[in-house]
Every structure is written in C-alpha cells, then in structure tokens.
Design a protein around this ligand. Structure first.
Ligand SMILES: Cc1cc2nc3c(=O)[nH]c(=O)nc-3n(C[C@H](O)[C@H](O)[C@H](O)COP(=O)(O)OP(=O)(O)OC[C@H]3O[C@@H](n4cnc5c(N)ncnc54)[C@H](O)[C@@H]3O)c2cc1C
Length: 553
C-alpha cells in the first residue's frame, strides 16, 4: 500500500530543514514527507498528487511567507484535500492570526516556534491529528462496504451503526455506482435483498440484523463475568466517562449500549465548547478517544445490547437484556440520556431513514451534495447540523416556529448561521405534510402567521426539536419526576414519602437514586444541566460515589 503524504511548507530554509528532519524521524515508517520553501510550489505538488490519486494526511505550513500567508495556503490546500489535517507554524506575534484561522479555515492546531523538544511539543499533536485522520480515512480499495439504495432506511440503519461504532466503511449507492454490480453478482444477491455488507475478509451479509453484524465485525455480545462492581447503562458522554473512571480505579466495569457509543454527542458534527479543544472536535472523534481510553483501562463493552429491566435480589442488581441474557452488578449507573422527540406530521414515520432523519447530519450530509435540504428546529443541535450540511448541500433551510433564532441557540452559532450564505432561516414555518413514493420527495410548509402553504421538492428533512428521557422501561424501580427524569440525592429528600422508600441512616449520595447503589448521571438525571461537559462531569463523579457505596456494604 502507498503511504500517505505529510506536506510541509516554510520559506525559511533552516526551519524547513529542522521540521522536516523531526517529522521524518518520527513518522517515516507510516508517511512520506514532502517539504518545500514555496507555497506556490507546494500547491502545484498537491495538485499533482491529487491527479496521481495519492493521499495527503496533513499539511504543516508557516504563517509568514512572502508569497502567500500560511492561512491562505492552507485554505487552498484544503480545497484539494478536504479531509487532510492542518497545522499552522506561528511566531508568538502571529497568535491572533492563528486563532482567526481556527474559524476561517477550520485549522486543527497552531504550533508555536520553536517546537523543542519535539517529543513534547510536536509529536503528541501530530500523533493525535494523524490518528483522527486515519480513523476517518476510507481508502477506496479496501475496508468494509455497504451496498444499497441511498434513500433506504435499511441502508441508513447500517451506515449509522458502523459509523457510530467507529468502524470505517465505504458506502456504495447501487443506483449511481456501476462497480456495485460485480459485488451483487459475486454474492448472488438481487437488488431486492439489499443492503449488502461486504466485510474486510471478502465475506458478505445481505440485510443483516445488527447483533449478527456486530458479532462478525468483532463487537462483544456476551459478558465475560457473572458479576461486575459497576454496570453502566448507556455509552454517551456520561456513561463513557463513568466507564473510564470505573476501570481506571480498578472496578470490574461493564458498559452496555443499545446502539452506538457516543450517544447524542456522537451525532454532533462539531462540538466547540468542550474544554481543551479550542478548534472544536466532532462527536465521532470525542467518542473514538473516549472508547480508546476506556478499553485501554479494561472496560468491557456490550453493543448493541438494550437493558430492558432491572431486578433487585439479595442486595444485588440484575439487569435483563432484550435478548433475554442477564448480568449481575453490585452497583449500576444509569446514563441513558434522552431520545429525540418525534415530529408529529401525518405519514412522516413512513420516511424515517428514507429522507427524514433524527440527528443524523454527520452520517447523511455527504448524500445531500448539491441538494436543497430542510432542517426543523433552531436550537444548538439544529444550528450545528445546518452548518455542517451547508458544506455539501446547495441550500439549507431552517424551519423555526419563532420569529428569529436569536433566543434559540448559542450566540456563536447564531452568528455563524447568519454568515453562511447558503443557509436560510424561515421563521414562523412548520411542516404541514410530506409526500413521496417510498422516499421523501416533497414537503408542504405552512406559515403559522399567514396560514399560507407552499409545497417544495425536498430530498432530506433533518429534525431537531428537543428530547425526552426514555425511562419507561425502568417502571417504578427508581423515583422519577413528572417528565420521566430520574430523581437523585437531595431532590429525593424533598419527597413527602422519603422515609417510606429510603431506609438507610445516611442520606442518598448526590447522584444516587431512590435505590441505594443505583446511580443516575447525565441528561437522564432530573435537574441535570444538559451538555457534554456536565454529562462527563456527572459520569466521572458517579464513580466516586460508587466506591463509597461499595465500601459501605
Ligand atoms: C446533534 C447534537 C449536538 C450537540 N452538540 C453539543 C455541543 O456542541 N455541546 C454540548 O455541550 N452539548 C451538545 N449536545 C448535547 C449533548 O450531546 C448531551 O447533553 C450529552 O450527549 C448527554 O450525554 P448523556 O451521556 O447523558 O446521554 P446521551 O448522549 O443521550 O447518551 C445516552 C446513551 O444511552 C443509550 N441508551 C439509552 N437507553 C438504553 C438502554 N435501555 N440500554 C442500553 N443503552 C441505552 C443511548 O443509545 C445513548 O447512546 C448536542 C446534542 C445533539 C443531539
């Protein structure tokens, strides 16, 4: 296999030689390094590489160059290799330009010169960026393939499952890619049996059930132990954080996820308010890092596996799964977050996954290339999705019930939306009806002030209208508020009947539910502050109290 390139540009010959040497010393086994003093020459080289079908993983550019500024060079280079990562080399006096570049060219990192020692200042940054690039890089000639119809719910389910579980795949639309025919012929599969998954080893599965596919791609399906110190339900930010702290502290930790690790955060195309990532990071990247971290500490993960019931027996907690299997825990952390609210429009459900999507911007955005797309909602998630899809779609229309999105989303997102020419905000607008033959084709929009209705062609409708906790499966085992969020800690003590369900001398711990030893963290917890940082904080903190509980029994 041909190694990908790292392209370095700096007009100062000495600096160029030094960085080229340092990069070669560390990365020569996995990457080819190409270095030049001229930004113009570098652009020519990049075009040539593109024509030869070579890949570029990373651009490293000086900011102050006589021919063109580094930021301008990176912008041009990015247009040719959009997936490549970008580092800007700056002097202290150029920091402002670098910070501006974070927004303008979506710079991944700026590195202050000098970068000595490289083991501390250069290699960790490059390793991080190259790992991220590798995880998203899908070489055309290898890897798992999904072959199916673009606007099919079954294909969407598989794409979402693989991308959510961070398994790289190549998507092949049977209607636009003639190469698909040879796979169909060799597998002996007709178009009616699609989608087809062709695995790395050349074997294939037609329209597989997710647990079967999970087994074939190496995801664990059965617990190895009969009893765990802590079982965590849900692998969103709260559950992942709890699992990292649990196994890091030496607890036998099991994490159970019904679909994809990452939770809601996993579907975020760009998280800009998470501490330590000034250039932002995608939900998939945050999940990849968290998964690598928790697996390194020894957490066991079962996915896809849904917990259907919790039973209490002899001081232990027994979790029943949807496939009938059971697992025992001394403690449980419920981190099941919230689920998207469904848009109530007659017939809409028929198109879920076939043009209508809940929170799937990062999975389906590429398919919206040059299309007109509609987004329902104006909150933070809707704005993030609009920004992401606007890179691909011809036009993105945001349908909001209010007059303006100003009060609906964070300032920085509202500003970004207003600066993006192909995003339109349609105030006082709702979806009245949808039409299509198997896939979404048209939507009718209604202006709630004038009552006027307009029918427009639409390939995709993304819905972000809020969320609620999916906790009905818990029955009455733990106390919940009127909306179904789980009550914990001091909120329990405010209950009139506190004395009837709480029999211990000590007070409930802050994240502890009405059942001692069962904890709740993140968005599912009543009075929790929604958001990734809060969920991560709550998940980590829950483990402190799990330990206290275990010490007390
Ligand atoms: C598109 C989008 C963008 C966002 N962007 C940002 C942002 O930029 N910054 C920010 O701070 N916040 C953002 N948020 C909000 C943030 O993602 C959530 O607050 C956070 O993910 C909550 O984490 P959690 O772990 O509590 O729950 P969730 O993320 O909801 O995860 C819960 C997990 O539990 C699993 N689960 C549920 N029930 C079961 C069961 N019975 N058995 C097994 N597994 C189960 C679910 O499948 C899910 O994976 C965004 C949300 C969305 C939807």
């Amino acid at each position: 296999m041909k190694l990908p390139f790292i392209v370095v540009v700096d007009d100062d010959e000495h600096v160029l030689r030094a960085i080229q040497r340092d990069i070669r010393n560390e990365f020569r086994d996995d990457y080819r390094v190409s270095a030049t003093e001229s930004a113009g020459e570098a652009l020519e080289l990049i075009k040539e590489l593109k024509l030869k079908n070579e890949t570029v993983a990373l651009f490293v550019s000086d900011q102050r160059m006589p021919e063109m500024e580094g930021v301008v060079f990176l912008e041009k280079a990015k247009a040719i290799y959009p997936e490549a990562k970008m580092i800007l080399l700056t002097a202290y006096s150029d920091i402002e330009a670098a910070i501006r570049a974070i927004n303008t060219v979506k710079l991944d990192h700026y590195l202050l010169k000098p970068w000595n020692p490289p083991e501390e200042k250069l290699y960790p940054v490059m390793n991080d960026l190259l790992d991220e690039w590798q995880s998203l890089y899908k070489p055309d000639h290898e890897g798992t393939r999904i072959i199916g119809f673009q606007w099919s719910p079954k294909s969407h389910r598989l794409k979402e499952f693989l991308s959510g579980n961070l398994i790289p795949y190549v998507w092949m639309d049977v209607e636009s890619n003639a190469d698909t025919e040879k796979y169909l012929v060799s597998a002996g599969v007709t178009r009616e049996s699609l989608p087809l998954v062709v695995l790395n080893d050349g074997t294939w599965m037609a329209d597989p059930a997710l647990p079967d596919l999970a087994l074939r791609i190496g995801l664990r399906q059965t617990a190895t132990q009969a009893m765990y110190d802590v079982v965590i339900i849900g692998a969103g930010p709260a559950g992942l954080a709890a699992s990292v702290y649990g196994s890091c502290e030496g607890l036998k930790t099991l994490l159970i996820e019904r679909s994809n690790p990452g939770g809601q955060a996993g579907s975020s195309s760009r998280i800009e308010n998470y501490l330590g990532f000034p250039t932002g990071l995608s939900g998939a990247e945050l999940t990849r890092r968290a998964m690598a971290q928790t697996l390194r500490f020894g957490t066991e993960i079962l996915t896809p596996k849904e917990v259907k019931r919790i039973r209490l027996q002899d001081g232990y907690k027994i979790l029943e799964m949807s496939d009938g299997s059971e697992v025992h825990g001394k403690t449980i952390v419920i981190a099941t977050g919230v689920e998207y609210m469904k848009l109530q429009v007659p017939g809409l459900d028929n198109f879920t996954g076939a043009g209508v999507y809940y929170g799937s911007a990062s999975v389906e955005a590429h398919a919206c290339k040059d299309q007109v797309v509609y987004i329902v909602g104006g909150g933070n998630s809707a704005c993030q999705a609009a920004m992401y899809i606007s890179k691909f779609a011809k036009e993105v229309n945001m349908l909001i019930r209010r007059d303006t999105i100003k009060s609906l989303a964070a300032n920085y997102l509202v500003e970004n939306i207003s600066k993006t020419p192909n995003i339109r905000v349609l105030p006082n607008t709702e979806v009245a009806s949808v039409e299509g033959n198997g896939v979404l084709e048209k939507i009718t929009l209604k202006n709630s002030k004038t009552g006027e209705e307009t029918t427009v062609p639409a390939k995709a409708l993304f819905i972000y209208i809020g969320a609620r906790p999916g906790t009905s499966w818990l029955d009455d085992i733990v106390l919940k508020d009127a909306k179904g969020f789980i009550k914990t800690g001091s909120d329990l003590m405010k209950e009139k009947l506190f004395g009837t369900f709480w029999k211990l001398e000590r007070e409930p711990f802050m994240p502890e539910t009405s059942v001692p030893g069962i904890f709740a963290s993140g968005d599912v917890r009543s009075t929790a502050l929604a958001g990734i940082s809060s969920a991560v904080g709550e998940g980590s903190m829950a483990i402190r109290f799990v330990r206290k509980y275990l010490e007390s029994v």
